[in-house]
Design a protein around this ligand. Structure first.
Ligand code: IFM
Length: 449
């Protein structure tokens, strides 16, 4: 393959210890929805329901990573990517959510871990990337306080089977997204709606994050333990006091609500009054149990949001003005392309007491075209380069940032968007499962070489 010009950005500018990686999630790539004893997840059930996913797409096969993992690990190697983030499918390991353990699932993840290590690639495990066992959802899922102990039981099994080789762990991925979309808006699995479901799920997921992390610490004392949060740079639509106040409420919900209790600061109830309703579910000692000293926090930032005050939107009194309405450049997700957001987010989160910050996801969906065996995704290449420049700017200004993982390795199943939104450094033909490294992938390869 031809070399791609990387001369204006150099890996060394980020420092010798800076971590470079690529991120994925089980449900989005594995397929093999019922192979070797796997149980159903809430996403298996949700995708089987009519009208939930664009174009009726499902993830029965997805990228077939379950069978083609060796090929994809070889591609990670070819791209010179030293760290691979993937998630464990809870119902593959524990089909009903709690004991017994499914040996078929354990064998599968052992193969992945061993293959990565044999290739010199460091495994980074996410324990929960949204695919709750369906049997637990039948019992209320995250709205049931018992979910905290179900999750701890599952974490202990993962630590016991994989902790001898895997040092890097992320407990829960983007709690604000899956509780908001899955338990308040009903547009993601399990399709629940309403403020009561949402607040219960919020509190139990936050308790589970700390409980899971403590379990890992006990069972793998030398583990590098983190958890990941979606975050976004928020700006008011105008300088009117109402828009400024609305932006503050949205910032509280999207950037502060999940991380602050983990950092020992409690829920930011003063800045978002609806969170006071959480007091109905907070039991004695919960606030102490929510805190955990993570080794790192993973931040996942894709865009900024512009916020206007609105009396029509309950609980938050604010609306997000879409990129389309603002007539700015956007990705296939409708998210504005705004690289300085990453700088602002790094600045903001540096004001907390966090040991290490890693950007554990950043990337873009564009309508890639495979032509003559090549994908010239120059927009994605620029997107990544421009975000890396923002990281350099943040470092220059003294803000701590220790790594950058691209979302994602291959095109994959993008939840309610199905296969329409392509985020990969590697193109996937979903009919043939043929992989083609895109221009962005070649650029990243040369940058990392
Ligand atoms: O695909 C998702 C991922 O599962 C979680 N973070 C955002 C990505 C892009 O939407």
């Amino acid at each position: 393959m031809n070399k791609v010009d990387t001369s204006f950005l150099h890996k060394d500018q980020f420092g010798q210890d800076f971590l470079w990686g690529v991120s994925t999630a089980a449900f989005q790539i594995e397929g093999a929805h019922d192979a070797d004893g796997k149980g159903s997840s809430i996403w298996d059930v949700f995708t089987s329901q009519k009208g939930k996913i664009k174009n009726g797409h499902h993830a029965l096969t997805a990228c077939d990573f379950y069978n083609s993992y060796q090929n994809d690990i070889d591609l990670i190697n070819e791209l010179n990517i030293p760290n691979f983030r993937f998630s464990i499918s809870w119902p593959r390991i524990m089909p009903t959510g709690t004991h017994p353990v499914n040996q078929g699932g354990i064998d599968y993840y052992n193969k992945i871990i061993d293959s990565l290590l044999a290739s010199g690639i460091e495994p980074w495990i996410t324990l929960y990337h949204w695919d709750l066992p369906h049997d637990l959802e039948v019992k209320g899922g995250w709205t049931n306080r018992e979910s905290v102990s179900w999750f701890s039981e599952y974490v202990a099994v993962c630590a016991q089977y994989f902790g001898d080789r895997v040092k890097n762990w992320m407990v829960i991925n983007e709690p604000s997204v899956f509780t908001g979309a899955g338990y308040f808006l009903g547009i993601h699995a399990p399709g629940k709606k309403g403020i009561t479901n949402y607040l219960k799920a919020m509190h139990h997921v936050t308790l589970a994050t700390a409980a899971g992390a403590k379990k890992l610490r006990n069972l793998i004392p030398d583990a590098n333990i983190g958890t990941t949060f979606s975050c976004t740079h928020i700006e008011p639509f105008s300088q009117s006091p109402k828009d400024i106040e609305a932006a503050k409420r949205v910032d509280t919900l999207l950037n502060r609500t999940f991380i602050e209790p983990i950092l020992g600061l409690g829920y930011p109830q003063a800045d978002l009054p609806v969170l006071k309703k959480l007091n109905n579910y907070i039991l004695e000692d919960d606030l102490n149990n929510l805190a955990f000293e993570f080794d790192f926090i993973g931040l996942q930032c894709y865009t900024r949001e512009v916020v206007k005050s609105s009396l029509l939107i309950p609980y938050i009194g604010a609306e997000l003005i879409s990129a389309e309405k603002r007539n700015v450049i956007a990705t296939d997700m409708g998210w504005e392309v705004y690289p300085p957001a990453l700088y602002h987010v790094l600045k903001k989160f540096n004001s907390y007491n966090i040991k290490k910050i890693i950007i554990t996801e950043n990337g873009a969906a564009f309508p890639d075209i495979l032509k003559n065996g090549k994908v010239y995704d120059i927009k994605r290449t620029h997107y990544i380069q421009d975000h890396l420049e923002q990281i350099l700017k943040a470092k220059k200004d003294g803000y701590n940032v220790d790594g950058y993982f691209v979302w994602s390795l291959t095109d994959n199943f993008e939840w309610a968007e199905g296969y329409n939104a392509r985020f990969g450094l590697i193109h996937v033909d979903f009919d043939t499962q043929q992989r083609t490294i895109k221009h962005s992938g070649l650029w990243f390869r040369d940058f990392l070489s």
